[in-house]
Design a protein around this ligand. Structure first.
Ligand code: CAA
Length: 258
């Protein structure tokens, strides 16, 4: 596939997408979001890919939706084209894990895109924020919804109302990011995490992702029931037999993904 706004790489069983509009700090326009969705869904359909990474540049993961592209939108332009809704959430239909590897700015739609991924590994240079209010708008891709769930109402309100940025340390303390790594090691560390995931049983990885995500959409008792059903189903797989046999035989498992 030919892309204009992203770079796509394959590292073993890991598919990596780097946002690539450096002249505008990876501002997210419609075309880029279409390409990102296409690339991730193609990886999702590829049996040889088990985990994905979305990353940016050293300076910016993404500085938000493309302000120049939307500055003249009318309400009808936004409504009729289903702006944001049309293509931004494609990443949520990806069933294999997607890691966001964030260095530099992750602002507005950039922060929201990172939160759509399954977890965020941050470089020590990362800066997160929802500065939309300074533009006379509010977040439109989950900033007011995913951020409170990730970091608490109080901090999310602070971010959305004052437009201040949060550095990597604060983001880790608040639970937005899973770990911080030195900026020059971000890619290496993200690839190592992705490769560790890719070495697991793929159906188990997909089930674990599905079960954790269910926690955000349902009650605790429904979620527990969902987890229990999936857990029971793992005993129908060869990978469960292999994983436990390998443990008992003190060797590494050789998962077949069945
Ligand atoms: N859209 C379009 N262009 C952008 C952009 C964006 N979101 N962010 C940066 N750029 C462009 C700048 O216009 C500039 O272009 P020129 O060189 O042609 O002037 C170039 O990228 C470099 O940016 P700066 O000169 O501003 O770089 P800086 O280092 O001085 O500042 C920054 C960096 C603090 C990130 C600043 O660029 C900035 O504040 N960007 C906008 C951040 C923002 O408001 N994001 C929210 C967008 S709205 C949104 O995302 C809605 C949603 O919920 C989906």
């Amino acid at each position: 596939m030919q892309f204009e706004n992203i770079l796509v790489e394959i590292h073993g069983k890991v598919g990596l997408v780097a946002l690539n509009r450096p002249e505008v700090l990876n501002a997210l326009n419609d075309r880029l979001m279409d390409e990102l969705g296409q690339a991730l869904l193609a990886f999702d359909a590829d049996d040889d890919i088990h985990c994905m990474i979305v990353t940016g540049s050293d300076k910016a993961f993404a500085a938000g939706a493309d302000i120049a592209a939307m500055a003249d939108y009318s309400y009808m332009d936004a409504y009729k084209s289903n702006f944001i809704g049309r293509n931004w959430e494609q990443i949520r239909s990806v069933r294999k894990p997607v890691i966001a590897a964030v260095a530099g700015y992750a602002l507005g739609g950039g922060c929201e895109l990172a939160m759509m991924c399954d977890f965020i590994i941050a470089a020590d240079t990362a800066k997160f924020g929802q500065p939309e209010i300074k533009l006379g708008i509010i977040p439109g891709a989950g900033g007011t919804q995913r951020l409170p769930r990730a970091i608490s109402k109080s901090k999310a309100m602070d971010m959305c109302l004052t437009a201040r940025m949060m550095d990597a340390q604060e983001a880790e303390r608040a639970g937005l990011v899973s770990r911080i790594v030195p900026a020059d090691k971000l890619r290496e560390e993200a690839l190592a995490a992705a490769q560790a995931i890719a070495a697991m049983s793929l159906p188990m990885v997909m089930m674990a992702k599905e079960a954790v995500n269910r926690a955000y959409e349902t009650t605790l008792s429904e979620g527990m029931q969902f987890e229990r059903r999936l857990f029971h189903s793992t005993f129908a797989t060869e990978d469960q037999k292999e994983g436990m046999k390998a443990f008992l035989e003190k060797r590494l498992p050789a998962f077949k993904g069945i």
